[in-house]
Design a protein around this ligand. Structure first.
Ligand code: SAH
Length: 223
């Protein structure tokens, strides 16, 4: 899976993509990440990526030309990819809400290109040149970089060979609609804080796998 990130803040991604599971995914060649600086596709000396909105109103908007040029160029970097297995996603507070089912669906793609907005957003004509607008929740962030990382993270951990234990993907929250994981505990058996005891549920210490399974199924809440 190849991920492209189109942004005016390329430095944001370095640390997150270079730690833990995402780093491992890259080392195992399950995922690759390419960061593109939108300013590389500007033509003026100031490398302008934004302008005021027609009709007036607060703030600045991202201009369409550099975005269009960048998208065309990025698509050409990987000629081998089947266009049906590539998606261009615009990060947008008003887009379709991201969820685990979409993460599963998109994990079957070969290439995903993220357009990270900034300012008050992007000239609406961008919609003709992208596949989906995606939101990560009903709140407004300052940019599309965290949403893109959130989506990349949720897709990458589903890619074959990335997580050590396949079972962790099957039994987790949202793996089926409305299913949430059962509570889990690790040592110590009794945790004491302010003289109060917090024991682990007894059934988990019983060694009775059938009973444990029943207890866990009972705890998995259907929404
Ligand atoms: N004026 C816009 C908000 C712009 S926020 C509005 O009212 O909807 C600037 C950028 O941050 C957006 O272009 C988008 O790329 C990103 N962004 C903000 N909140 C987001 C969210 N919840 N999900 C995905 N992207 C978001």
């Amino acid at each position: 899976m190849k991920f492209h990130l189109l942004t005016i803040f390329p430095g944001i991604f370095d640390s997150y993509l270079n730690e833990s599971i995402l780093k491992r995914a890259r080392e195992k060649k399950a995922a690759s990440f390419k960061i593109h600086n939108l300013r590389d596709w500007t033509t003026d000396n100031h490398k302008t990526v934004d302008d005021t909105p027609y009709g007036g109103g607060a703030g600045m908007l991202m201009k369409i030309e550099p975005l269009y040029k960048a998208l065309e160029a990025i698509k050409k970097t990987n000629k081998k990819v089947n266009p049906k297995k590539r998606k261009v996603l615009l990060m947008s507070a008003s887009g379709q809400k991201w969820n685990q089912a979409l993460a599963q669906k998109y994990s079957k793609l070969d290439e995903v290109i993220f357009v990270c907005g900034r300012y008050e957003g992007v000239d609406a004509r961008i919609k003709k040149f992208i596949d989906e607008e995606i939101s990560i929740g009903d709140y407004v962030l300052t940019g599309g970089e965290l949403p893109a990382l959130t989506i990349i993270d949720s897709i990458t951990r589903l890619l074959p060979g990335v997580l050590g234990n396949k079972q962790s993907i099957i039994e987790e929250s949202h793996s089926e609609t409305g299913v949430l994981e059962y509570p889990q505990y690790t040592r110590p058996e009794i945790f004491i804080a302010n003289k109060k005891k917090y024991p682990v549920p007894k059934v988990l210490l019983s060694g009775d796998h059938k009973k444990i399974k029943e207890w866990r199924e009972g705890e998995m809440k259907k929404q």
